[in-house]
Design a protein around this ligand. Structure first.
Ligand SMILES: C[S@@+](CC[C@H](N)C(=O)[O-])C[C@H]1O[C@@H](n2cnc3c(N)ncnc32)[C@H](O)[C@@H]1O
Length: 449
């Protein structure tokens, strides 16, 4: 195994989208984007999903690769941001009237720390959107990412009242020594309090975000994180590989190399955690997620309905994802669209009632095919080749991986083996026609392990 880690721990995309963002090369104009949304929603009954990005955090977790604005100045940011989200939403209502007619299946609030906003401001923002849309209360998912240090019972009560039924708790690691190294002190009792409140309020699904590969994390630390996680028994767990991208996130330079596990040690942390979770009745979902056996994700996987989007694995596939807020990405079957990533630019455009387009991509027929194949690999660990030409080309690219036992080719089918699952992202690169045509000429993706 050690040799395999040396050979295949290379930069590779996480494939939360295809084409991956650095390869977007044919941006729609804002009008074309609106047209694409209207076309997708024109289909009768087509449901859609909504993502709202709230970038604010009171303090910087130095591993974090997300789009954040660090501040304690609630007065400066809260009211204007809520106003801008509402203005952006109204701009969409004017140009995409179908949004009010088609069922909204799920809404997800991510960050940053969405509960940086006060309960009143969050309520104002969510209600002004939900009051205009069509929701089937029996088939609706409302979810939010929370940091226990900044989440009150009042936040959770308000969210539950508005129909939110899932929460995702940022935990990362339960050890104080690791928490100090990443500048995120979060006492286990704070996490437990959030779990208890969510259960009391009837949230049907609780997710923990954990990370493996953090500085100071060894087998002993992972054992404690697993003990504490299993005591609280969340329904789902995302166990992310630490993505190290200091050229994008300079705060990651605060880690000392000697504090980080090497690739083999890092993967051993995942394997250890996986073993503990499987023994405790969880099932592995795709690449880095776990859920209890009777949870929707596990059911979707068993029924072949598992899906993956910008937020990770989900059982709720809709053709349309609308993203509001700074840096948010939206998607239709033939287009991606991203909002301005710099807060001041987002504010300048949204406050004028404009759709704050930064960039996007119009998918070609080839993109759509590769997208569906990479999605198959990420959710089912196997695919069927489209034709003999593709089989011949891919088998040639994967020759070494086939010899190393990571991939099996049988007739027209390709299956990723148990060992191969550790290298899923690298295997997917053999299908990534855009990456194969032009390798990035600077540091772009984190390493695969
Ligand atoms: C958008 S963040 C949500 C932050 C949340 N408010 C919290 O409590 O920190 C979603 C998750 O991404 C994961 N994440 C952030 N940076 C990461 C990195 N560099 N590598 C791997 N996972 C990361 C963390 O597990 C985090 O909880």
């Amino acid at each position: 195994m050690s040799d395999l880690f040396k050979k295949y721990d290379i930069p590779a995309p996480r494939y939360t989208s295809y084409p991956t963002v650095p390869y977007w090369d044919d941006a729609p104009t804002t009008d074309e984007w609106v047209q694409s949304l209207n076309n997708a929603l024109k289909q009768p009954k087509s449901p859609w999903s909504l993502y709202i990005h709230i970038p604010f955090c009171e303090s910087l977790c130095c591993y974090c690769a997300c789009n954040t604005t660090i501040s304690r100045n609630h007065e400066r940011y809260e009211d204007p941001y809520v106003k801008n989200i509402i203005a952006e939403w109204e701009a969409y209502l004017k140009s995409v009237p179908y949004l009010t007619k088609r069922p909204l299946k799920n809404i997800h609030l991510g960050g940053g720390t969405p509960t940086f906003l006060s309960p009143d401001n969050l309520r104002k923002m969510i209600s002004s959107i939900l009051s205009k849309v069509n929701i089937d209360r029996n088939d609706f998912e409302g979810s939010i990412e929370v940091h226990p240090n900044y989440t009150t019972d009042e936040h959770l009560e308000m969210l539950s009242e508005l129909g939110f039924n899932r929460i995702s708790i940022g935990v990362q690691d339960f050890n104080l020594n690791v928490q100090k190294l990443v500048n995120r002190i979060q006492l286990p009792k704070a996490t437990k309090k959030t779990v208890d409140s969510a259960k009391r309020l009837g949230f049907v699904s609780i997710n923990f975000d954990l990370i493996y590969g953090l500085p100071g994390q060894g087998q002993k630390e992972m054992a404690l994180t697993m003990d504490k996680t299993l005591e609280l028994r969340p329904d789902r767990i995302a166990l992310y590989s630490l993505a190290i991208v200091p050229w994008i996130k300079p705060a990651q330079r605060l880690f000392k190399d000697e504090d980080l596990p090497n690739p083999e040690e890092k993967r051993a942390l995942y394997d250890y955690a996986k073993q503990r979770l499987l023994e405790a009745g969880y099932v592995e979902i795709g690449m880095d997620h776990f859920s209890l056996l009777d949870e929707d994700l596990a059911i979707a996987m068993n029924e072949g309905r598992l899906h993956r989007n910008f937020m990770g694995y989900t059982d709720q596939k809709t053709d349309v994802l609308l993203g509001l807020g700074v840096s948010s990405i939206s998607a239709t079957p033939d287009c991606f669209h991203q909002n301005q990533k710099v807060l001041s630019l987002y504010e300048a455009q949204a406050s004028k009632g404009l759709i704050p387009t930064l960039r996007g991509h119009k998918l070609t027929k080839e993109d759509q095919l590769v997208q569906s194949q990479i999605l198959e690999l990420m959710t089912k660990f196997k695919i069927s080749f489209v034709d003999a030409n593709q089989k011949q080309a891919v088998v040639k690219r994967l020759e070494t991986m086939i010899k190393d036992g990571l991939v099996l080719v049988n007739g027209d089918n390709l299956t990723i083996t148990e060992i191969g699952k550790s290298f899923l992202r690298v295997i997917c690169t053999s299908f990534d026609e855009r990456l194969l045509r032009a390798k990035p000429d600077s540091m772009t993706f984190s390493k695969a392990i």
